[in-house]
Design a protein around this ligand. Sequence first.
Ligand code: ADP
Ligand code: MG
Length: 315
Amino acid sequence: PETARLIAAGEVVSRPLDVVRELLDNALDAGASRIEVDVEGGGLALIRVRDNGVGIPAADVPLSPLRHATSKLESVDRVTTLGFRGEALWAAAQAGQLRLVTRPPSQLGATQLTAHGEAVEVGKVSAPAGTSVSVSDLFKHLPARLRTQLPAGAELREITALLTRYVLHWPQLHWKLTVDKETKLLHAPADHRGAVASVYGPLNANRVIGIHAVGVQGVLSRPELTRPRRDRMHFAVNGRPVLAPPELERAVIDAYAELLPAGHAPLCVLNLTLPPEDVNPNVHPAKAVVALADLGALCLRLTAAVQAALSVHPL
Ligand code: ADP
Ligand code: MG
């Protein structure tokens, strides 16, 4: 049973990047306007995410690291939050040492929970409103899992890239990332253009145009800013940064038609809003890939929206 539990936990959390994504999703689901991430030792030594969201009422804290304990799910067919399986905190406590400090704004004192495996301790502390979750010594007791990890530098690059995508898609928040106590990314609330400035610099930000269509919000680069790569095309579906199906990328590129050199792709940040029942986040354990109903119709809509945005801003 011990081994079975660790294997199950390893499917939710197989690397530091997974922990970061789950904790970010929790902070966003909590309605935070400020999210700070600290990473040490490539994420194996420490990952901490602090938010100023709704917090967890003292009475509910002991439930939070239990498997399948979620305060969110109303229906599996209609997921409106980023989290919904109630497994992330549980898995983090199996794979490492979990420490959670939380206080709803209306509650006087904060609650602290530490959990490792089955050992859970709960106590009272004082802390600002919101939630701070840290996961340390990830996979320390799972040598097989530890051996399959990327080198710290490579994992850090992916963590930074993930955070970058959250900043691009949630630009109205305060964001901060520190790596081994050094600030790597700092963003103050802005619009999508401001997020492009934080991530890609002001020069790029000055050369993007806004797209504001029904269900499609964001920014796109003018054709002269394109590159022969697709690594600056960013999509989120109902707030979740996703690895876009190639069809969506193609739908955007097609809208530029002959304005783009062959093989080039624009910089774009596109927040797609779809009816929750059309989005299935259950196809991928880390929810990085989602299944979209009626992808063909969505692509046509996207191409039309991009064309309209480009025609409002003649070149
Ligand atoms: P899920 O997100 O799928 O519900 P998690 O294991 O990630 O499951 O979290 C368990 C529960 O703990 C959540 O449903 C939520 O009630 C609470 N929780 C976790 N993180 C936070 C946070 N940052 N702010 C407020 N509540 C949180
Ligand atoms: Mg969650």
